[in-house]
Write a protein that binds this ligand. Structure first.
Ligand code: SAM
Length: 360
C-alpha cells in the first residue's frame, strides 16, 4: 500500500479493502480450481460436447439429458457450469434455455476433433486426478504416489504400463499434449540438418520423429522406446507415410543406444532424479563422437524460481507421478557439463517447451 491517507485514513482503508477483495477473489479461484477441472473432465466423460456437436440446432436440457442418459438435475447443473466456463453458450428462447458448444469446446473437447485434447482429459481423469489427492503425502515423503501405494521400487513407467489399454491411453495423452506446444518451432529451434542420424530416445508415439523426418529430409530418424511401446506405436500411431522412420526397441538405461549423431530427449529428464539423469546423459555422451549432440526439450523454471506457473505446476505433477521434476536452465547445464557435454546453447522458444543443444 503506497498512497498516503488523510487524517481519517479513508484512502488507506479503501485501498486495503480493494486489495483484500482482490486477494479473496484470487483465493476463491484457487480453492475452486479443482472443481473446474472436474467439470471439464465429467463433461468430456459424458460426451457433452460430442452430443451437442451432433445436433444441427442448439438443444434444451431435456433433450441433452435424454441423449446423455443423465439426470435432469445433474445435467442442468453441469451444463450451467460449462456455460460459466465458456465451454457452452446458453440462449434463453421464450423461457426455454438452449445449449450449444462454444468454438473453444468444439475445437478442443470433442472426441473427433483434429485438435482434440479428449485423450489427455481421459488420462487425467481419473488417473492423475486421484494421485493428486495424495500430494500432501508426496510432499512429505518426496516419492511418487505409485511407490507409496504399491510399496515397490519400480519406476513410474513400470507402474503406468500395466496393460496395453493403459499404455495406449498414456501415449494418446502424450500425443495430444503436443497440440498445446508448437512442435515445428521446437524442432526448428536449431538447424539440425548437419546431424545425419537423429535418434529420439523415449520418443513415444513418434510425434517429434515425424516432424524431424519432414523437416530434415537428408537425415534419417530412429524412434527408440521400450519394446512394448514401440509395438503399440507401430500398431496405433504410425501410418504408411512414415516409412522413413526406423524403430529400435530397448531400455535406454540397460540396453545399447543406436549409432546416431544427435540424441533427442524430449520430456524425458523431467521424469527422473538428478542421479538417474546423469547416468543417462553419461551413457549418451559415451555413445557420441566428437561434435555429436544431445537435444533436450523441456519446460524451464526461471532461475529465480518465480515461474512460469505452468512449469511449476507440471513439476507438482512430476512429484506425484514420477521421481523427477522441472528444472532451471542452470540445472540442465550442470547435468550436461557433469556428463561431459560442452557448447551448451538455449534455442528459440517453442512456446512453453524450451530447447537446449549441447555437443560432445
Ligand atoms: C513423458 S514420455 C515423453 C514422450 C515423448 N518424448 C514426448 O515428448 O512426447 C516418456 C517416454 O519415455 C519412455 N521411456 C521411459 N522409460 C524408458 C526406458 N527405460 N527406456 C526407453 N524409453 C523409456 C516412455 O515409454 C515414454 O514414451
Amino acid at each position: 500500500m503506497s498512497s498516503s491517507s488523510d487524517c481519517s485514513g479513508t484512502n488507506v482503508l479503501q485501498e486495503s479493502s480493494s486489495s483484500d477483495s482482490k486477494n479473496a477473489d484470487l483465493l476463491q479461484e484457487y480453492i475452486h480450481a479443482f472443481i473446474i477441472s472436474k467439470v471439464v473432465f465429467s463433461a468430456c466423460e459424458l460426451n457433452v460436447f460430442d452430443v451437442l456437436a451432433g445436433s444441427e440446432v442448439p438443444l434444451p436440457l431435456t433433450a441433452i439429458s435424454e441423449l446423455l442418459g443423465t439426470s435432469i438435475r445433474g445435467t442442468e447443473i453441469l451444463l450451467d457450469a460449462c456455460v460459466g466456463l465458456k465451454l457452452l453458450k446458453a440462449d434463453n428462447q421464450n423461457g426455454e434455455v438452449l445449449y450449444k458448444n462454444t468454438e473453444l469446446a468444439h475445437r478442443y473437447l470433442r472426441k473427433t476433433s483434429s485438435k482434440s485434447l479428449f485423450s489427455s482429459i481421459i488420462h487425467y481423469s481419473p488417473n492423475v486426478f486421484r494421485k493428486m489427492d495424495l500430494l500432501t503425502d508426496s510432499v512429505k515423503q518426496g516419492i511418487p504416489v505409485c511407490k507409496m501405494q504399491h510399496g515397490n521400487p519400480e519406476d513410474a513407467f513400470f507402474n503406468l504400463y500395466r496393460s496395453e489399454e493403459q499404455m495406449i491411453e498414456f501415449l494418446q495423452c502424450m500425443e495430444s499434449s503436443w497440440l498445446l506446444f508448437d512442435k515445428e518451432a521446437v524442432m526448428s529451434a536449431f538447424d539440425l540438418s548437419s546431424f545425419k542420424i537423429i535418434c529420439d530416445l523415449g520418443g513415444g508415439t513418434g510425434t517429434l520423429a515425424k516432424v524431424c523426418d519432414a523437416m530434415y529430409p537428408t537425415s534419417s530418424v530412429i524412434l527408440y522406446d521400450l519394446p512394448e511401446i514401440i509395438q503399440v506405436t507401430q500398431e496405433h500411431f504410425i501410418s504408411k507415410g512414415d516409412n522413413r522412420i526406423s524403430f529400435q526397441k530397448g531400455n535406454f538405461f540397460k540396453d545399447p543406444l543406436p549409432d546416431a549423431d544427435l540424441f533427442i530427449l524430449s520430456r524425458i529428464l523431467h521424469d527422473w532424479d538428478d542421479d538417474t539423469c546423469l547416468k543417462l546423459l553419461k551413457k549418451i555422451y559415451m555413445a557420441c563422437k566428437p561434435g555429436d549432440g544431445v537435444l533436450i526439450i523441456e519446460m524451464l523454471l526461471n532461475e529465480d524460481r518465480t515461474g512460469p506457473l505452468i512449469a511449476q505446476l507440471t513439476s507438482i505433477l512430476m512429484l506425484v507421478v514420477t521421481d523427477g521434476k522441472e528444472r532451471t536452465l542452470s540445472a540442465f547445464k550442470t547435468l550436461l557439463e557433469t556428463a561431459g557435454f560442452k557448447d551448451i546453447q538455449l534455442g528459440a522458444n517453442g512456446k512453453i517447451m524450451e530447447v537446449i543443444l549441447a555437443r560432445k
